[in-house]
Design a binder for this molecule. Structure first.
Ligand SMILES: C[S@@+](CC[C@H](N)C(=O)[O-])C[C@H]1O[C@@H](n2cnc3c(N)ncnc32)[C@H](O)[C@@H]1O
Length: 241
């Protein structure tokens, strides 16, 4: 796979999990460059389909919301709403803390926490975390002021968005075994999700689904626009038929 948008490898240490973004046992991170590339390709597909406004993004397997939080910092100027859900209430605590970093108060609180740690323990890692937090604060200045964030517990196979709420982009990283597992309906959950979410999709909506390369993502209600493989992952872009 060739990068189209993120064609330059940058230093993403400010996003390292546990540095400013919070971490927790059982949570996973995601390569930042790839996350950004997937988002920008999705945005280009949306534009091709006539959508050029801000984007409501939904991750129904959000885990600790690492992916959404990174996208919020990098591309928050394009976002009007971030919706996050997961079946696991425990991991959602982490998701809420991470997504709160996108808000002025949330990031200020984190900066104070890091400063306190620096005063108490004076470790080099705390100095680095403070530098990264200040870099994230600079990125935060670009986030759309009206950005709304919503986080709730739901089985993706049954997830219902509030009536009238419509999504432009579903971007999600599926459970794949070693750290994160399918709960409830297992792999069938994705089919159930794709059926269930249909009424909540805007007509031009795009779905970017990240799975393992052995897993074919297809559904009779959706066309696959494109897919690519990178390392162990396969990324599939879908649209409604
Ligand atoms: C690979 S992780 C997602 C990581 C996330 N993208 C991040 O950046 O932090 C997959 C998540 O799917 C969740 N999951 C498993 N079965 C689910 C189901 N039936 N409905 C909703 N979430 C589920 C797990 O709890 C796990 O948090």
């Amino acid at each position: 796979m060739k990068y189209i948008y993120e064609n330059e490898q940058k230093n993403y240490q400010d996003f390292a999990s546990g540095r400013v973004l919070y971490n927790q046992k059982g949570a996973t991170a995601f390569p930042v460059r790839l996350a950004s590339e997937i988002f920008l390709r999705s945005k280009a597909y949306l534009e091709e389909r006539g959508h050029d406004g801000t984007i409501t993004i939904y991750d129904p397997f959000c885990g600790g919301a690492y992916l959404l939080t990174v996208l919020g910092f990098l591309h928050g100027r394009y976002l009007s709403r971030i919706i996050a859900s997961d079946i696991d209430e425990n991991i959602l605590n982490l998701a809420r803390r991470n997504l709160a970093l996108l808000t002025t108060d949330g990031l200020e609180q984190r900066i104070e926490e890091i400063k306190n740690n620096l005063l108490l323990y004076g470790k080099e890692s705390h100095e680095e975390a403070l530098e990264s937090a200040l870099s994230l604060k600079a990125l935060q200045a670009d986030i759309n002021e009206g950005l709304e964030i919503e986080c709730f517990q739901a089985d993706a196979g049954k997830a219902q968005l509030p009536a009238g709420e419509k999504v432009d982009l579903v971007l999600t990283d599926l459970p794949y075994g070693q750290i994160t597992h399918w709960s409830n309906a297992g792999e069938n959950t994705l089919d159930l999700f794709l059926e269930n979410i249909e009424p909540s999709l805007k007509p031009a909506a795009i779905l970017a689904i990240i799975g393992v390369k052995e897993q074919k993502i297809e559904h009779n209600r959706y066309n696959r626009i494109k897919h690519f493989t990178i390392g162990k992952r396969r990324i599939s872009f879908l649209e409604l038929k």
